[in-house]
Design a protein. Structure first.
Length: 262
């Protein structure tokens, strides 16, 4: 499988800690570009103190990081929420487990054509993600704001086919999550995950015309292979991530667009 990724390496362990460098255990951890990778960079100093040298590998989509983890190309990843991981395990036969909650990225509905949701016209076009968990999340966001209604039986993964009320007769188009910012010129509104919004220069705190409530099941997680879940390096990684230093970094860096879970 060709992996669309770039490797982000720093030499801090070798430069600043030459005596301890050989004692560090290298852990390859996957993330999507933007906040997830930035937070892991902030975690690196704490990880070094716990004997880990994090090698952060960035993936440009949501599919490859789990395939890379399952195949042993990386030891962990940090980019997804639990419903997405559950869906990947079910659909692809992975045996990946979450070992800690990390941060929440409230999803937003963005528009370049309209300043408020009420300005979106009848028959307007709305782009949502084409994967079941994020697309369903977008539909639930719209339902919570009174824009549509979906079947209750659809749970956390409603699809367009589950829609039972659509007062504005909105037209929905499904696209890859990473492409959502690029279609804003062509649609009335688009559901965009926070990491992709920030990467595109959007402000997730101020720019959405509708914004997801921060509570709910969509807290992101650190995932590892089930066979690794009890290994000492996993506990060290979790402790390094869920530290006061990381929490302070998230709060200061992202100003409420990313919310720590601890």
């Amino acid at each position: 499988m060709h992996l669309n990724r770039r490797v982000v390496l720093t030499g801090l362990a070798l430069v600043a800690f030459p005596a301890a460098a050989q004692q560090l255990q290298t852990i390859r951890i996957g993330a999507t570009p933007g906040p997830h990778a930035q937070i892991l960079e902030a975690v690196r100093p704490n990880a070094i103190k716990r004997g880990l040298d994090l090698k952060i590998i960035e993936f440009s989509d949501y599919v490859v990081p789990n395939a890379a983890l399952a195949s042993g190309e990386i030891e962990a990843n940090s980019f997804q929420h639990q419903p997405y991981l559950d869906n990947q395990n079910k659909d692809r036969g992975f045996t990946l487990v979450s070992v800690a909650q990390t941060v929440t990225f409230p999803m937003g509905i963005y528009s370049k054509k309209h300043k408020t949701w009420t300005e979106v016209p009848n028959g307007g076009t709305v782009a949502i993600q084409n994967d079941p968990t994020n697309g369903g999340r977008a539909l639930l966001l719209l339902q919570n704001k009174g824009a549509i209604k979906v079947k209750e039986s659809a749970g956390l993964k409603p699809t367009i086919a589950d829609m039972i009320e659509n007062p504005k007769k909105l037209k929905f188009v499904e696209i890859d999550a990473a492409q959502a910012p690029r279609v804003l010129d062509d649609v009335d509104a688009a559901a965009i995950n926070t990491n992709y919004a920030q990467e595109a220069g959007l402000n997730p705190t101020k720019d959405p015309i509708l914004k997801e409530d921060p509570s709910g099941p969509y807290v992101n997680v650190i995932a590892v292979r089930e066979s690794d879940r009890d290994k000492p390096w996993v506990q060290a990684l979790v402790e390094a991530y869920r530290s006061p230093e990381t929490k302070r970094y998230v709060e200061e860096k992202f100003g409420g667009a990313v919310l720590p879970s601890w």
